[in-house]
Design a protein around this ligand. Structure first.
Ligand code: SAM
Length: 332
């Protein structure tokens, strides 16, 4: 059932046939012709790319020189007017992974490796200095770190329900954020579904980077039991995502906005969840994010036919970013 994936005789990651069969059926219907090229990227890890988000709190001219020499270029060169010059993310067209930095107690890391599409929810949130921000599902902390590269929030609340992942989140924050600033960050371990009731109307911005099917990782599930379990869990995710969003809306001040994101292509976890929220909550309205999408369209491929308040990044060879769904809503 598990297909071996081999390059030059060396065993690489293994594609899980249960997941692939499921995707094949669902995404041929939902994405049409676009699915074939997305599948080629998702099933071929040798063409995967990694972006390098620089840590403005630990700048290194040497690192930037090395990146230039290795053919990296800025992912968002002056494309978004509100992005400060200190926000630097490097990418290159060729696949491969820059070496990760190990955690060293007492020393800040210089960069964070991530899928460049993961930055789009953070950019869509448009956090401004002094705003109170909640990152509802924050571990391992990539988007929390990215948010702090964009602005200095007033209060920054990072939440993660899972015990182990919450420790991972703490470690990420300690590795990237220096002492005085770190005191403004509150890390909690709550069920995000209850935060709206616990902290009503407290935040200007909320990021709901929801637990989702995570297509890339599901496709490489290590065994058949795990893959089958995920198939069952997949059905339950839309309701959890809906509950997290409802809680996020409660936690927002009137006039505040939220961004919802997932790293699955599944319509049931993306547009369907957002449409359900828009149809059932009279105090939210969609926010147009087409300008942002246009500004970054040189480096990302988007599914066409989406509504103005949402986008779906489709991985493509040479621009293997995503899958990433992003939607923005405002509380009235
Ligand atoms: N935002 C993170 C980042 O950029 O590094 C990734 C978040 S991941 C997509 C979703 C996270 O939500 C997982 O770490 C998962 O443990 C957490 N989660 C699952 N259920 C949750 C809940 N009820 N409340 C809060 N977090 C939850």
């Amino acid at each position: 059932i598990i297909l071996e994936y081999k390059t030059k005789g060396k065993l690489q990651k293994q594609i899980c046939q249960v997941a692939l069969d499921h995707f094949e059926k669902q995404y041929t219907t939902e994405l049409g012709e676009a699915w074939a090229s997305v599948r080629d990227v998702l099933t071929y890890p040798l063409c995967w790319q990694y972006a390098i988000l620089l840590n403005k709190f630990s700048p290194s001219a040497e690192l930037e020189n090395t990146l230039h020499v290795k053919g990296y270029h800025p992912a968002f060169p002056g494309s978004l007017p509100y992005l400060p010059a200190s926000f630097k993310c490097y990418i290159r067209r060729t696949p491969g992974r820059f070496p990760a930095q190990k955690h060293q107690a007492g020393k800040l890391k210089e960069y964070y490796l991530l899928n460049a599409a993961s930055l789009l929810p953070v950019l869509a949130l448009e956090v401004k200095d002094g705003e109170d921000v909640l990152d509802l599902c924050a571990a391992p902390g990539g988007k929390s770190v990215a948010t702090l590269q964009c602005a200095s929030p007033g209060q920054f609340h990072c939440n993660e329900y899972d015990d182990l992942r919450s420790r991972w989140l703490k470690q990420t924050i300690e590795s990237f954020i220096p002492d005085p600033l770190i005191n403004l960050i509150m890390v909690s371990k709550l069920d995000g579904r209850h935060i709206g009731d616990l902290k009503p109307e407290l935040y200007d911005k909320v990021l709901v980077d929801a637990p989702c099917s995570n297509d890339r990782s599901w496709l490489f599930s290590s065994d058949i039991q795990q893959a089958t379990l995920r198939l069952i869990q997949r059905k339950e995710l839309p309701y959890l995502q809906f509950q997290l969003l409802r809680s996020a809306i409660k936690a927002l001040r009137p006039g505040g906005s939220l961004v919802y994101s997932t790293c699955t292509l599944s319509k049931a976890e993306n547009s369907d969840v957002i449409n359900l929220i828009l149809n059932s909550c009279s105090n939210v309205m969609p926010v147009d994010i087409t300008e942002m999408a246009k500004a970054v369209s040189q480096e990302f491929t988007f599914l066409s036919g989406m509504q103005q308040h949402e986008l779906l990044v489709l991985p493509e060879k040479g621009r293997a970013w995503g899958p990433m769904y992003v939607a923005k809503l405002k509380k009235i």
